[in-house]
Design a protein around this ligand. Structure first.
Ligand SMILES: *Cc1c(COP(=O)(O)O)cnc(C)c1O
Length: 365
């Protein structure tokens, strides 16, 4: 048996007629930039997230970048976030000349350790970027309470938490903005790069709309220097199809696969599971992780190891400060991501579980 990390071909084949029709429609009409599919996407997304505005952008990275920019983050400002994320979360802080202040995560769920926020705040701190990693949300009530009390902006990195809720409220709808990625391997992926920002602020929405399109307010009215970060109409068409015909089924199937893993891998000495109901990426902590990874590869099971060298160490010479983050560093040695996607079969999941048990020399049962 062979298990792919993501099975693109199979995913496409399930939606082929709808995606083909939507994409070819764009070709036939010549609808490429800022056209009807983008408008439809923005309207649907805002409604889905329960926010006033959603703005299509070319990536999740730009969603973060334009959020910080429009929130007024300036050179020398400090922004608190985590090192245990995808590097884009704090690369954008550097791009604005601001200072990333990286704090540690919790070993149980790999999320920002909220108890470490206040001690990281100085008079230069302007914002917090909580990262909802692997489809798990940071405690937004607590973070918003700290931010409101200390007068800080919150920009949510919800790139790995599309459609996830906390107390009936969607990830990305708590902060000043919420940032989303539709990179192919995310829960809903385009056929290339795509992203979006969500906000309830009229002012932020208006500014981001202009900045993503060269600072243009209308086609003939340029009022500031911006960038080109428009979402392609064709990518929006693909996302629109997937949101309508794939999202619900995909989440249900992912929950099922997550439950199969939780059941099959519990009680294995050598593994530590987060073990909750649903996650977007099935990440576990494993003893002899590198050996396990090689063993699974040998058995034709694709897995991923996220940054064996944590970013705050790998990029230490380009950061403004030295950070010691024991849990982040420990996780970088221990975590491995198993295939979790809607296309994987129960048999494949059981095969993976069997191989992992075999690796840790667990007898049948
Ligand atoms: C994917 C991702 C990003 C960046 O999104 P892109 O669309 O690839 O630019 C940022 N933060 C996190 C946590 C991500 O997973």
């Amino acid at each position: 048996m062979k298990v792919k990390f993501v099975n693109w071909g199979l995913q496409y084949s399930k939606l082929k007629s709808r995606i083909d029709k939507a994409v070819l429609g764009c070709f036939e009409r010549g609808d490429f930039i800022m056209r009807s599919e983008v408008e439809k996407f923005e309207k649907n997304l805002a409604e889905f997230l329960g926010v006033k505005y959603a703005i299509g952008l070319n990536s999740g990275t730009d969603a973060l970048y334009l959020s910080l920019w429009t929130a007024g983050i300036k050179p020398g400002d400090e922004v608190i976030t985590v090192s245990h994320t995808f590097v884009a979360t704090f690369a954008v802080i550097k791009q604005l000349g601001a200072i990333p202040v990286l704090i540690d995560v919790k070993a149980e769920n790999y999320l920002m350790d909220i108890d470490k926020i206040e001690e990281a705040i100085t008079e230069k701190t302007k914002a917090i970027i909580p990262v909802h990693l692997n489809g798990r949300m940071c405690d937004m009530e607590k973070i918003m309470e700290i931010a409101n009390r200390r007068n800080l902006i919150v920009i949510e990195d919800a790139c790995q938490a599309f459609s996830i809720k906390q107390n009936e409220k969607m990830a990305g709808s708590f902060g000043l903005t919420g940032c989303f990625s539709f990179y192919p391997s995310k829960l809903i992926g385009a056929c290339g790069d795509a992203g979006a920002v969500a906000t309830n602020s009229d002012e932020i929405a208006e500014k981001i709309r202009m900045l993503r399109d060269h600072g243009r307010k209308t086609k003939t009215e340029t009022i500031c220097f911006g960038v080109n970060s428009r979402l392609d109409n064709i990518q929006a068409a693909v996302i629109n199809v997937k949101m309508k015909y794939y999202l619900k089924k995909a989440v249900a199937r992912r929950m099922k696969v997550n439950a199969l893993y939780n059941e099959g891998l519990k009680n294995i000495v050598g593994l530590k599971l987060v073990g909750d109901d649903y996650c977007e990426n099935y990440v576990i902590r494993a003893e002899r992780r590198d050996e396990l990874s090689a063993y699974l590869t040998k058995n034709k099971i694709e897995t991923q190891i996220h940054e064996p060298m944590p970013y705050h160490l790998a990029l230490a010479n380009q950061l403004d400060r030295v950070f010691t983050l024991p849990i982040t560093e420990q996780l970088s040695r221990e975590i491995i991501t198993l295939p979790l996607n809607p296309e994987i079969t129960n048999e494949q999941v059981q095969y993976i579980i069997r191989k992992i048990k075999k690796f840790y020399k667990i007898k049948k049962g």
